[in-house]
Design a protein around this ligand. Sequence first.
Ligand code: CUA
Length: 333
Amino acid sequence: MFDNFPLWPQRASTMAGNVDALYIFLLMVSGLMTLLISVCVVFFAAKFRHRPGVQAEPIEGSTPLELTWSIIPMGVFLVIFSWGAVVFFQERTPPRDATEVYVVAKQWMWKLEHAEGQREINELHVPVGRDVKMIMTSQDAIHSFYVPAFRIKQDVLPGRYTVAWFRATKPGTYHLFCAEYCGTQHSGMIGSVVVMEPAQYEVWMSGGSTGPLSASGEKVFAELGCATCHRPDGQGRGPNLQGLFGKTVQLEDGRTVTADENYIRESILDPGAKVLKGFKPVMPTFQGIVSEEQLNALVAYVKSLSSTRPGNAMAAGSTSPPAKASAQRSQVQ
Ligand code: CUA
């Protein structure tokens, strides 16, 4: 239904139908209420119009009437609320085993880097039928990652990561817009998402990679000398990063936080903000030293050290990208 309706963008993700159904329901409720109210206005205006010899009689409240117009709308609003909440949580919760793409927005382009190492500008290639999670940040202003055909829109902020995900259902090329005014060329900050058949995608993937993102991260990690403090044997001045990602950790000031992408990021740029329990705030900041791309690579590397991501703890020889990364790592060590 409505698939060729020109007011709706194409539907090309698993989420699109759910969003549209809710939207159509809202339109129908609003339409019905508008109709009901305008019919009543016209009908009452005609019925109770001023005529010679007819006197209007005011009434003083009616409990059944007031209950009706309170309880029915409340029910309708609660349906809208619960339905909206379900769709919202689906959109907000990326599946755990989703493929990851790091996105850096800047005035005025989208820079994308796959966990497998492929880099793209203003174009994102994805396979049909696979969950894709985008970990996004901005180098300057606030931008917004918007793919109408997938019904996703997420603000992209400087200084932290925001996340969006989708699973494409139809091969094709879809618009990618910036949906937040971000300067004079905002309207030109356009790209496309190319959804490919899995076999075609594998071919695309096999070309032009500089190695997994986590491997670039490992290189940055070594170049910056991080390993002198973050020693894998736990004897360093900084915490051992093996298996850290995804864990709930205790901080020096008694708080607990989840070691997620934003925590790793903050700990690199502002190391004193959330010091792990048992450690001293001795780490220098890397603000201004690492670029957004290097930061993403470092986050991907720390992530690859953790066994919470599927495929990571598996032995070398597995074909999944994180396992490849850890196989490479063991060669380096
Ligand atoms: Cu970026 Cu608007």
